[in-house]
Design a protein around this ligand. Sequence first.
Ligand SMILES: NC(=O)c1ccc[n+]([C@@H]2O[C@H](COP(=O)([O-])OP(=O)(O)OC[C@H]3O[C@@H](n4cnc5c(N)ncnc54)[C@H](OP(=O)(O)O)[C@@H]3O)[C@@H](O)[C@H]2O)c1
Length: 257
Amino acid sequence: MSMNRPISSWQGRRVWLVGASSGIGAACAQLLAQQGARVAVSARRAEALAQLGLPDGSLMLPMDALRAEQWQQSLGRVVAAWGGIDLVLICHADYQPTRAWELQREVAQRMVDINLGSVYTGLATVLPQLLAQQCGGIGMIASVAGYFGMPNALTYAPMKAALINLAENLYLDLAPRGLGVYLICPGFVDTRLTRSNPFSMPALQTPAQAAQAILHGLQCGKFEIHFPKRFTWLMQLLRLLPFSWRSYLLQRRVNHA
Ligand SMILES: NC(=O)c1ccc[n+]([C@@H]2O[C@H](COP(=O)([O-])OP(=O)(O)OC[C@H]3O[C@@H](n4cnc5c(N)ncnc54)[C@H](OP(=O)(O)O)[C@@H]3O)[C@@H](O)[C@H]2O)c1
């Protein structure tokens, strides 16, 4: 079902991607540019942004998502250059596999700050602009890791669960005002983020495959864009099970990994 207005063409669309120096965000930026969108890219590593090979006229906006004033400056540059914005894609995150006995306060705080706190900072920056325009949309990359509790994700998955809830909240408020809200829940994608995973990742995709699935979902106007379906349907089925059953299945998988 289309919960957002479908996007018939990317030609000329003004898209700002935060967390686009590598992985899924970078692949989305490259694919969007190939399809004619005007693309602005942000992340901390300016040199990696410059190496994306984006066409002339693209905006390179290096910034640290933890810094509110840098969000504001980057938005100011997008609006000054293009007069407005059609889509903001929040892609940035950090991840460290963590079991309960490995928990460190500083690492947990960093995960909360970057994976959730900075998303609120971004929303507080861009929502006034989108609301004033009365058009445009916002997408956030959460994860199937946010569907339910799972091993190795003690500090990461709860933040992704919060983003899923946050996206639903946003949709309820913003859809009646004509704004698009997109929740993106990938399965495993082969990026810098997942390379330290100490387990084999089922249905692993490339960033290019992930970008294809994301753009397709956006164009169809989906609210939740999840992929690859052969994995994410299974995760959605597991989510429906009572925790007693799910925990038994997850423990078995961990013990046999
Ligand atoms: N890979 C997967 O299997 C998978 C699965 C589900 C969901 N996801 C989600 O997909 C999104 C993209 O991750 P990825 O897998 O593509 O990993 P990635 O290649 O590590 O991309 C993460 C991006 O976030 C940026 N970033 C990190 N901290 C930042 C900060 N403080 N300020 C600004 N930018 C920052 C990084 O750039 P700089 O280091 O240059 O700042 C990088 O561009 C994340 O939200 C992740 O949680 C990934």
